[in-house]
Design a protein around this ligand. Structure first.
Ligand SMILES: [Zn+2]
Length: 342
């Protein structure tokens, strides 16, 4: 087992902030809440689900769709009808222009990403790319954020396999910071931040899976115990830059990461997954390091990583583990899902 990382701060090169590592504290007594995700049978169709085929939603209804399906969020965070507001030079406001969409991975309510076939995985990533390109073409859209909240522990009450697409005039904070850090790194070194991180992780002990196009790792600067980054081996900025075969391999790799997560404790691992792609605000983002991030809230099968005083109160993350060790755990489990292994 790799040694603990004690009283060490690691620089997060994308977010440009320090992460505090305290893995000597991982075994501390815990008498707080425990949350073990339930692995209960889920019906293939739920008449009360707003995402199942044929069902009514807040506005309208879903067609009897097969395969992947997208629609405009019934309560979007951004809107073309956003009213202009008041404010002044100090308390500034601006309309939240844009739109938000929902993408269903499958008509089957019981499936998750781990259950998709190769073709179904590819269809999901194809749709991510198609919607990103279409939305980026709108004048009011400066960035397209695609994310999946999986599991009740990250606030999803509906297990139907889906993700969300936020496309508005807001460049989300981490994306803006990454665009800035990548630009500064290029100006300082003449190298790209994505290539630098890929080279470091490809050489290290934190790789959990890879193929010809993608590398999955627990990054050296991980903020969560089982955080995984999915890095492209060819430098790209956006989903729309990916070749057809790279989209297909990305889909398979997302499925492999989700499968390894589930296999860790033989339970459906909750996570927040985000596709980090370059803004489309008209500025030059040639050096933006496209990648996917997975942030699972669990540090043990029944124990959450709570964001508390240091994180919420102070604004810096504490990671109570050694990324080398967590990567070894994710690498050691099978790449075939436990439900298919029996
Ligand atoms: Zn459903």
């Amino acid at each position: 087992m790799p040694p603990p990382v004690v009283w060490q701060q690691r620089w997060h090169p994308l977010r440009e902030e320090w992460v505090l590592f305290t893995s000597h504290r991982r075994g501390r007594p815990w008498i707080g809440d425990t949350h073990r995700p339930a692995d209960l049978p889920v019906p293939h169709y739920d008449p009360t689900c707003a995402l199942c085929p044929g069902n009514k939603r807040l506005r309208g209804a879903n067609p009897p769709y097969a395969g992947v399906y997208w629609f405009t969020n019934d309560l979007p965070c951004f809107s073309a009808e956003a009213p202009s507001a008041g404010g002044d030079d100090f308390y500034q406001t601006r309309p939240a222009g844009g739109t938000a969409e929902v993408i269903c991975y499958s008509p089957d309510h019981a499936k998750t990403f781990v259950d998709l076939t190769d073709a179904e995985c590819a269809a999901v990533v194809d749709l991510w790319a198609e919607r990103s390109v279409a939305l980026a073409a709108r004048a009011e859209v400066d960035h397209v954020l695609i994310f999946e909240n999986k599991g009740a522990l990250v606030g999803t009450s509906n297990p139907h396999p889906h993700c969300q697409v936020y496309a508005g005039n807001l460049i989300y904070g981490f994306i803006a910071r990454e665009a800035e850090s990548a630009r500064k790194f290029w100006e300082k070194t003449g190298r790209t931040l994505g290539a630098e991180i890929l080279a470091r992780e490809a050489a290290g002990p934190r790789v959990i899976a890879q193929d010809g196009d993608w590398l999955a790792c627990v990054p050296w600067f991980a903020r969560y115990a089982y955080e995984v980054f999915l890095l492209p081996k060819r430098e790209v900025g956006r989903l729309g830059d990916l070749r057809q075969d790279e989209r297909a391999s990305l889909g398979r790799m997302v499925r492999e990461v989700a499968t390894r997560y589930d296999n860790l404790w033989r339970l459906p691992m909750p996570y927040v997954m985000a596709v980090h792609q370059a803004p489309c605000d008209g500025a030059d983002h040639a050096f933006y390091p496209f990648h996917l991030e997975f942030h699972p809230p669990l540090r043990k099968p029944d124990t959450m990583k709570y964001l508390a005083g240091p994180e919420i109160g102070g604004g810096s993350m504490t990671n109570e583990s050694n990324p080398d060790e967590k990567a070894a755990e994710l690498r050691a489990v099978p790449s075939v899902h436990y439900k298919r292994l029996g």
